[in-house]
Design a protein. Structure first.
Length: 600
């Protein structure tokens, strides 16, 4: 019983944050209300000065004014409260105490200043008491125990005085005042319910906002974790696939039987599929990391069209469908590599999901833009899935997750590349009829034909050239060495930073090209090593290639800033050999230019 009474008096059943809001509201309005109420005792003193004892009036008036002044000081102290030692219940108790004393003073005024013949004074006194009880509802109902502490003694004492000391009319008035007390308490309770509902609603909204913020942060954390996972998985998986690809190429010439050649074909297809899947993961990781930068150039539409036709014609023929590419005149202004990757992803995706008919790639003028469209007569996409297909790992009609249909990353990658190129992919599709994906590019003011820049691969360029291979993974090192040796290159291997330094600076090795893995032992990397080796006077302009399976953001940016050509794992011979070929030609051209300058 004692604990229950204590809880009611201190209002500790109210939720702490609601109690804080309620007490804040009470004390925020307490000064203005008390400034007005301090005049009420003075009015009573003036009215009753000729009718009752002066000393009684003075004592009562001073006591009443003191309560209102105490409230003002409390409100000022509340503004300077110590947040570390703050309790809304304690401040609520202070307020309740002032309400109780004020209620007792006004209730006893009906007894102290009861003059039956002074009807005007009595009326004003009663109006002040009941009017204050009504007016206090707006503020005091926020702390209900405080309101009750004032209203009950003030009105009930006044009513009892009328019952016991007045005539019949006074007794009736006393009964009415009791009814009035019940009414104002009921109104105060309703106001309190509404007030607390408003406070709780605001907190619910704040909680909802906080939950949304937490969910947003969690989604961002999940996205970062996904990117980090892709980066780690790419490196760990690319290393063995890199070696496997090179080794499979090396054993091709060793297979004589038909069965062996058939097994080689299947092995190559499996490696190509795995390499394609890992490349998709790398692309997505690079795009999320912001490591792909747009390099604007102007080139002919015909050059990009010819590139698409030549690369994907055999893939279309293998699926017994047609591939047609229609190019308009003129050129476009965009990033050639990113555009090539965007269209390539769209075309390969269209071919993969087309079982009959064909794929059409069309370039058309639309004002100052060039409209690029990729049509197919494939399975189509239900309208309900038009937004879903642009999400990572989402696939249409592949519940069994057949790896031959990809990972479901193609369109997600396309969307990100389109954003980089400041264009938007639009989709139109009907089930069993086909799909159209399109986007626009700015037309070029001048045209540069990229097709004229193609360099034919000449294997004689590689013969007798010395290459320094650096990799701390012996399997990958031997596999790469085998491929290069088959093409007549002289290979010198190094498994460490220190051994490579020794070969160049002590042994006197002067390679024609350096090929290094990015990640080396003892926290060193290929960029540092290549820069160190180029400090040798004979190797200042020696071309170099970095091989990496890393997709971490900081690594991708480091690679980009190095300006050293990069090949991503797994590396195929068809990718590596032309790159070495081109770099050797560029190196020879540079040497010829420097020689010509010396002659002149």
């Amino acid at each position: 019983m004692h604990n229950t009474l204590k809880t009611v008096i201190t209002q500790r059943h109210i939720e702490p944050r609601v109690a804080v809001e309620a007490i804040d509201f009470v004390y925020a309005n307490l000064i203005d209300v008390s400034r007005l109420q301090v005049l009420f005792p003075l009015i009573i003193a003036v009215l009753y000065w000729p009718l009752v004892s002066h000393s009684l009036i003075v004592v009562w008036c001073i006591a009443s004014i003191s309560i209102y002044l105490a409230r003002i000081f409390l409100a000022l102290a509340y503004k300077r409260k110590d947040p570390d030692n703050y309790s809304p219940y304690r401040w609520g108790l202070y307020f309740t105490a002032t309400c109780l004393v004020s209620g007792l003073l006004w209730g006893t005024s009906g007894w102290l200043f009861f003059v039956p013949d002074a009807e005007s004074q009595q009326t004003i006194l009663y109006v002040l008491i009941v009017g204050t009880a009504a007016g206090a509802i707006i503020i005091s109902s926020y702390w209900m125990i405080g309101y009750l502490a004032y209203a009950i003694p003030a009105i009930s004492l006044l009513s009892l005085n009328l019952f016991f000391r007045g005539d019949v009319d006074d007794a009736i008035l006393g009964g009415i005042l009791f009814l009035y007390l019940g009414m104002v308490i009921g109104v105060a309770r309703k106001v309190r319910v509404q007030a607390y509902s408003g406070i709780n609603l605001r907190f619910d909204n704040l909680d909802l906002v906080e939950q949304l913020r937490e969910q947003k942060l969690e989604a961002e954390r999940s996205n970062r974790a996904k990117t980090q996972f892709l980066a780690a998985a790419n490196h760990d998986l690319r290393q063995p696939v890199h070696a496997l690809s090179l080794l499979s190429y090396s054993i091709k010439s060793e297979l004589d039987s038909d069965r062996g050649k058939s097994l080689y074909i299947h092995l190559s297809q499996a490696i190509d599929n795995l390499s394609s899947l890992l490349s998709s993961l790398l692309d997505l990781s690079q795009l999320d990391a912001g490591a792909m930068k747009v390099q604007l150039s102007e080139f002919s539409v015909a050059s990009i069209a010819a590139s698409v036709q030549s690369e994907y014609q055999s893939l279309a023929e293998a699926r017994n469908i047609t591939l047609k590419v229609i190019a308009c005149r003129g050129g476009v202004s965009t990033d050639f590599v990113l555009l090539r990757r965007l269209i390539g992803n769209l075309v390969s995706n269209a071919i993969r999901h087309t079982h009959a008919g064909g794929v059409l790639v069309a370039f058309r003028h639309r004002g100052e833009k060039v409209l690029v469209q990729v049509w197919d007569t494939g399975i189509g996409i239900p309208e309900s899935e038009h937004k879903e297909i642009f999400r990572e790992f989402y696939q249409v009609a592949n519940p069994q997750r057949n790896s031959e249909n990809g990972l479901g990353l193609g369109l997600a990658i396309c969307t990100r590349i389109a954003n980089l190129l400041h264009t938007t992919l639009t989709l139109k599709s009907q089930v069993d009829k086909g799909t159209l994906l399109s986007f626009c590019l700015p037309s070029a003011l001048t045209t540069i034909d990229r097709a004229d820049e193609v360099i034919h691969f000449d294997t004689d360029i590689l013969t007798h050239k010395t290459v320094l291979l650096i990799d701390d993974d012996l399997t990958g090192l031997n596999a790469l060495s085998s491929v290069l040796t088959q093409h007549g290159m002289r290979v010198t291997q190094s498994e460490s930073y220190e051994r490579a330094e020794e070969l160049v600076f002590d042994v006197g090795l002067h390679p024609d090209i350096i090929v290094s893995d990015f990640r080396l032992a003892q926290q060193t990397n290929g960029i540092e090593l290549i820069n160190r080796l180029r400090q040798h006077p004979a190797l200042v302009n020696t071309p170099a290639i970095l091989i990496t399976g890393d997709t971490a953001v900081e690594v991708l940016r480091q690679l980009q800033n190095s300006e050293i050509p990069v090949i991503n794992k797994p590396v195929s011979a068809n990718t590596l050999l032309p790159r070495i070929h081109d770099l050797l030609i560029d190196s020879n051209n540079l040497a010829d230019e420097q020689s010509g300058l010396r002659i002149r």
